[in-house]
Design a protein around this ligand. Structure first.
Ligand code: IPT
Length: 970
């Protein structure tokens, strides 16, 4: 045997020996899955590969076995990690930039398995070997014969194996390289992982069968007619029994249909058949068009409430089960998400079947990103180097051909962050000619010569507003400028969901709803790509960049999703759900009416039931159903308060009416009763608390006593009513969130921690203690070592019966030229006070610009339940608008009362410990709980990638006074 030819590895060619790309089809032709355990050997590089491993006679008995599909670095990471470990970079290539060459250290997986063709496998026709996804380049042999090689990790590849298959046992061998020339085209912001990571199968192609199908299913909203035309090379019949359609391929039929939309994903079962093959299709009739600079489906402008979805599973990487794909869509639909950009590669094809079925709009994005060239002035960027053109076109064709029959796919995207160039223009041109029915998206094309939509990332609200008005900056070329001003706008990425946040979603949504030109946006991103790991004592944690010892990495920038790695919704997703709710319910106490505005694009509200509750001081006093007629899309209905609300006895305290829209019946993605939207109105105000009382403190040997409150010699509270209660002292600090640490312009955390500020190490100097007939007054100056600026903080303590009142007066001294993380007091209490109850905003965490989802109510939790387990620990857990909160345990209760409100946080560690932690396992409970009672919280913004906190959500240092009450009870 001659020495192996490895030239394909560093060749820009997309492959050899492959079949032409075609649609992913559900056919009755024979198929044999080759998923399962394969023999596997990992070579360190080409030099280390096993000569002759593809030969049927080769004995791989001593090799390991590895599951196909899987990614080889995702095995036994808590243990021996036998096949290397994941590595994360965002934009940098992890190897020297020298296209198309890749390093000698090129982990290469050698896979082998045998299979027997079933006895009934047809003797005629062709048999193909189909790979749904192999990362990053591979060569394939059947019974020792080379079939060809392929690249394009997230795209299918088929080889014709017919001539080389034998009755009985056959051997298939695949050599997979971690790095190849194609790696230069696959620089997506994600873990570098390798292997045969999507399914592999043998598929039979009968003679006179259906090689490919392009089903055009348009909908004419003016006539209500759907028109079906199926292109296929074969002499086939097309039937749609439900519609009475029975036509020849190439003929068209127009009949009355229910159109497909993401809100009403109506599919019709169709069959395309020849004598030898039947292909089943699920047809959705819909027409995508850009008219007057507006993106429309079925004649109606649509609003994309989207997310960017990478494929991720914390245990298996980018190998996903169908259950996981369905789970993603269920969680999205339950949170009012209606659109997915498949960032930044076509997903497993089964995901798109589910998108058709469950109803989401899809921007299908090609497997292309060359971001690493950015760092070198885009020199040699493949997008504009002719030798790469075939590879670009090949990728586009393989995506479009595979996915062209999906109703859900309404837009093709050329890829991500690959700058500009002729090869991108060529992809666009090809796709437009092949499929005129879908607009082309690409963000990197700023002047937009070859796209149909103007797309941007992370534009701030001010710029988005200008774009909405078509008043964005001019492009150089007047013709291009005119073109761009006349196309719809989309924010293909905005609101970076890294850690706590993203803040400011409501402000964006208002603009999306205001301007027809804006087709909406896609949050970056859906899921945290954390890798599930365990400590030695069995505690779960999630790894991010650097945790596997990568020399070059981008840390936790890969942890920026709306769901945690295990798919638990984060507070960011709960906020997004509220901000994008498709039905807006406004309770108007003045006019005693409820307005229900249907913000959907197509569907009426007939699928929803409306319920109401009235709560006094958070306790339910009445409830019922609200009769609301079906409100058409874009319309509103005004409904008078139910008579039983009017009939209620006058409120004794604060009274709220909450109206909810819930699913009236089960849907494929949620059960009846699932909440879609809600609105609240206050029917009666609370009884104002009066912070008063005049009691003279008693001076003691080492401090003071005020009723049950004990103060030390420095005027610090140490106990109240027999309960150890330390503090409350001025606190300005929060464990920086990702949006404080990173920043395109100003990074706040370094300012806060600067020698001249030191908010994380404040010292409290007592200036004066005054004991009068009214109470105890402690004047302090709060500042940090090295710093000149300080806060004057005066604590005024009063006793009113059993209740202790504290008024804190805060005065900035010196030049404070940055916003504060928080403003309030911090105290600590014994750990036993583990039960939490409050009346105020909830149930989840909220900050200045992430508080749309907080509703007024009475909530119960535990200290553990109050923590948000961000993969990278940071400030979390605050509840806003709290009227009162209590901590109880072991027969004791501490009640904290706002005058009128405060933000409430309790945690079993300090902010300093939270800041010091790199992973959740670093957080260890002590024997105290730490309570923050804040009068102000700075927003979250999106500065980790994008704009910071909007002016109205910044916490600026200024003279402030706030009052809190404390009561301890047995
Ligand atoms: C943008 C990328 O498109 C996306 O893949 C991701 O990396 C995101 O940033 C940050 O998480 S590109 C950036 C330069 C705006």
């Amino acid at each position: 045997m001659s020495r192996t030819d490895f030239t394909y590895v560093e060749s820009v060619s997309p492959g050899s020996g492959r079949r032409a790309p075609r649609a992913a089809l559900a056919s009755d032709a024979a198929a044999l899955s080759l998923d399962g355990e394969w023999r596997f050997n990992l070579a360190a590089g080409l030099h280390d590969t096993t000569e002759g491993f593809e030969a049927p006679a080769f004995d791989a008995g001593a090799w390991d076995t590895l599951a196909v599909p899987s990614m080889w670095q995702m095995h036994d990471l808590d243990g021996a990690a036998p096949y290397g470990k994941p590595a994360y970079t965002n934009t940098y290539y992890p190897f020297p930039v020298d296209p198309p060459r890749v390093p000698d250290a090129n982990p290469t997986g050698e896979y082998r398995r045998t299979f027997s063709l079933p006895a009934e496998w047809p003797a005629t026709g062709r048999t193909l070997l189909r790979f749904e996804g192999v990362d990053s380049a591979f060569a394939v042999w059947v019974n020792g014969i080379l079939l060809g090689d392929g690249k394009g990790s997230r795209l299918p590849t088929e080889f014709d194996a017919t001539e080389h298959l034998a009755p009985g046992e056959n051997t298939v061998a695949v050599r997979v390289h971690q790095w190849s020339a194609a790696s230069y085209l696959e620089d997506q912001d994600m873990w570098w992982l390798s292997g045969i990571f999507r399914p592999v199968a043998l598929v039979h192609r009968p003679d006179d069968g259906i090689e490919d199908v392009f089903a055009h299913a348009d909908y004419d909203h003016a006539t209500g007619l759907g028109t079906l035309l199926v292109e296929t090379a074969a002499d086939a019949r097309v039937t749609v029994p439900e519609l009475g359609i029975d036509i020849a391929a190439g003929e068209s039929a127009s009949v009355a249909v229910e159109p497909w939309t993401a809100e009403s994903p109506r599919l019709y079962d169709a069959v395309v058949a020849t004598e030898t093959e039947r292909v089943s299709l699920r047809i959705g009739f819909r027409t995508v068009a850009i008219e007057g600079g507006v993106l429309k489906v079925n004649g109606t402008p649509i609003l994309l409430r989207g997310v960017n979805r990478h494929e991720w599973d914390p245990d298996t990487g980018r190998t996903l089960s169908v259950e996981t794909m369905r789970r993603d869509l269920e969680i999205m639909k339950r949170h009012n998400v209606n659109a997915v950009r498949t960032s930044h590669y076509p997903p497993d094809r089964r995901f798109l079947d589910l998108c058709d079925e469950l109803g989401v709009w899809v921007i299908d994005e090609c497997d292309l990103e060359t971001h690493g060239f950015y760092h070198h002035g885009w020199r040699d960027n493949p997008s504009d180097v002719p030798m790469w053109k075939d590879a670009y076109l090949d990728r586009m064709a393989r995506m479009v051909e595979r996915d062209k029959n999906h109703a859900s796919v309404i837009i093709w995207s050329l890829g991500n962050e690959s700058h500009t160039g002729e090869n991108l223009a060529a992809m666009s041109q090809w796709a437009k000619q092949r499929d005129p029915g879908r607009p082309i998206h690409y963000e990197g094309d700023f002047d937009s010569p070859y796209v149909d939509m103007y797309s941007r990332m992370y534009a701030d609200t001010a710029e988005t507003d200008r774009i909405g008005q078509k008043a964005e900056d001019r492009t150089k070329d007047p013709a291009l400028d005119a073109h761009r001003r006349d196309i719809p706008f989309v924010l293909c990425e905005y609101a970076h969901a890294m850690g706590n946040g993203p803040g400011g979603l409501s402000e964006y949504q208002r603009l999306f709803e205001q301007y027809e030109r804006i087709a909406g946006g896609f949050i970056w991103e859906w899921i945290d790509h954390g890798v599930r790991m365990h400590t030695e004592d069995g505690r779960e944690w999630f790894a991010y960049g650097g945790d596997f010892g990568e020399p070059l990495h981008d840390g936790n920038f890969v942890i920026d999703g709306l769901v945690f790695p295990d798919r638990t919704p984060s507070p960011g997703l709960v906020e997004y759900k509220k901000v994008i709710e498709p039905v807006r319910i406004t309770v108007q106490p003045g006019s005693r009416a409820v307005t229900v505005a249907n913000r959907r694009d197509f569907a009426d509200t007939g699928d929803l039931a409306f319920t109401w509750t009235v709560e006094d001081e958070g306790e339910q006093v009445a409830q019922g159903e609200l009769e609301v007629r079906a409100v058409a899309a874009g319309e509103s209905a005004i409904v008078a308060f139910p008579a039983s609300v009017a009939a209620l006895a006058p409120a004794k305290g604060e009274r709220w009416l909450t109206v909810r829209a819930v699913l009236a019946k089960d849907e494929a993605w949620a059960e009846a009763g699932h909440e879609i939207a809600w609105g609240q109105g206050q029917l009666a105000a609370g009884v104002p608390v009066s912070a008063g009382g005049r009691t003279a403190p008693v001076s003691e040997d080492r401090g003071y006593r005020l009723g049950g409150a004990v103060f030390d010699a420095l005027g610090r509270l140490t106990a109240i009513g027999g309960l150890e209660f330390e503090g409350p002292r001025l606190d300005l600090w929060r464990a920086p969130v990702d949006n404080d640490l990173l920043g395109w312009t100003t990074q706040l955390a370094p300012l806060w921690k600067h020698r001249d500020a030191g908010l994380d190490r404040l010292e409290h100097k007592v200036l004066d203690i005054e004991s009068t007939a009214d109470g105890l007054t402690v004047a302090t100056r709060v500042g940090a070592g090295g710093a000149e600026i300080a806060m004057g903080a005066v604590y005024r303590w009063r006793l009113d019966g059993a209740r202790l009142w504290l008024t804190v007066e805060v005065n900035p001294e010196g030049e404070w030229d940055f916003p504060l993380p928080r403003l309030g007091v911090r105290a600590s209490v014994p750990k036993a006070l583990n039960e939490v109850e409050w009346f105020g905003g909830g149930p989840g965490e909220a900050y200045a610009d992430t508080r749309a989802a907080a509703r007024v109510g009475r909530f119960r939790s535990t200290v553990a339940g109050m923590q948000t387990p961000y993969v990278f620990p940071q400030e979390n857990g605050s509840r806003v608008d709290v009227r009162w909160a209590s901590l109880s345990g072991e027969g004791k209760t501490l009640k904290m009362i706002g005058a009128p409100e405060f933000a409430f946080t309790v945690r079993p560690w300090t902010s300093e410990q939270l800041e010091a932690a790199g992973h959740t396992y670093d957080l260890v409970e002590g024997d105290r709980l730490y309570v923050n009672l804040d009068v102000g919280l700075h927003g979250m913004g999106s500065a980790a990638c994008g704009p910071g906190v909007l002016p109205q959500h910044r916490l600026l240092p200024e003279a402030t006074a706030f009052t809190l009450g404390f009561e301890a009870a047995e």
